[in-house]
Design a protein around this ligand. Sequence first.
Ligand SMILES: [Zn+2]
Length: 422
Amino acid sequence: MDEKWIKILCGRLYTGLKSEFQESAEILIQGKYIKDVGFNLPCPENTEILDLRHLTVTPGLIDAHMHPEFFDWKDVYADTIYNSDGYRTLATYCTAERALHGGFTTIRSMGWFREAYELDVKRAINEGHLPGARLVVAPHLLGTTGSHADMTQTVRTNPILCDFMENLYPGLGNGPDFFTAAVRREKKLGADFIKIMATGGFATPYDDPDDIQLSDAEFKAIFDTAKELRISVTAHAYGPRLMKKLIGFGITGIEHGSLMDEETARLFEGTGTYLVPTFCPFQEAIYPDPENMAKKSPEFQRKLGIYQERMQRGREIIVNSKIKLGYGTDFVAAYQNYESGMEFRCMKQSGMDTFRILEAATKTNAEICEIDSFTGTIEPGKYADISGWKRNLMTDPDALRDCSFVMKEGTVYEAKSYLTEL
Ligand SMILES: [Zn+2]
């Protein structure tokens, strides 16, 4: 087959396999795939040479926690009523496209209350109709009445509207039978994983991050069904009480974990359960900034006030632990939803080592997304998903917001800087 050959000359190369940069390495690409990685690689005569010797080259990055259904994070509070499914679908595509230009070749979409047709966006991108980051999708959030999965909380002063809208949320229900059916339906639709809302949160106004919002029988129904159908489950969870329970159910990963304590951290380490700690939305709580805080909803501000100290302690415990960390922004909650490089800034600010962050955003995230057989590291046989960065990743917290090169499956796309778009 007549496939195009490309050789990339790297400045520094991080492959995702070791905590090091290699100087002056080369990557040889045939068609969509990496053929070889090394030095002075022999190559066919017509090989195109891409000179990236001014850049640090990494695997195409992965954002493992996104809500891509919004053009603007402020929409999230009005979304219950004002945004159509079609509008959110367009936003989902827009986010995937912007992520790609920013050097993130895969994003994991955590689901929403109503349809945003993420699976259709995923399909259109995978079939090559539209350029964009690869999507890994949980179509709906599963949760109970009044939980963090129940955005009708925002219209509770109108119970008739509230009840009517509850019926529009396919992932919202109660009782083990409901959740058995809900997991089966997600699987049928083509979900890559199951997302459950197991504690309250900060974006929903009338629940609490320490609540446990499903019964043991409901949890059991979800985990038993998912196990039979061989699909993984991840949970939105903050408090240690719930995280311990979820690990007991054999969950593979947890999102946020912001109220982490030492005992639970040891449990994560012992079981190898991964955590996508989503530092971005909670920077204001960890490093108080009155100006940014004032932009949040009053309920968000009230909850952050109550939980601030425990979250600061939780952040320290996570940073100092050996928990297997993923990299995810949880955008909609804080910044624009295409600035996936922002989590790097937040992790650096919390004292995390650059290589730990890079491993989270590449190798570990690929494992979390269950796509590590074909992406996440730069090694022969994997897709040529490759990003390039002109800033110094060891010292510059904005390095991943300023992309200079992006390739997905062997095709080069326009790279963009999102540095000025805050
Ligand atoms: Zn989220």
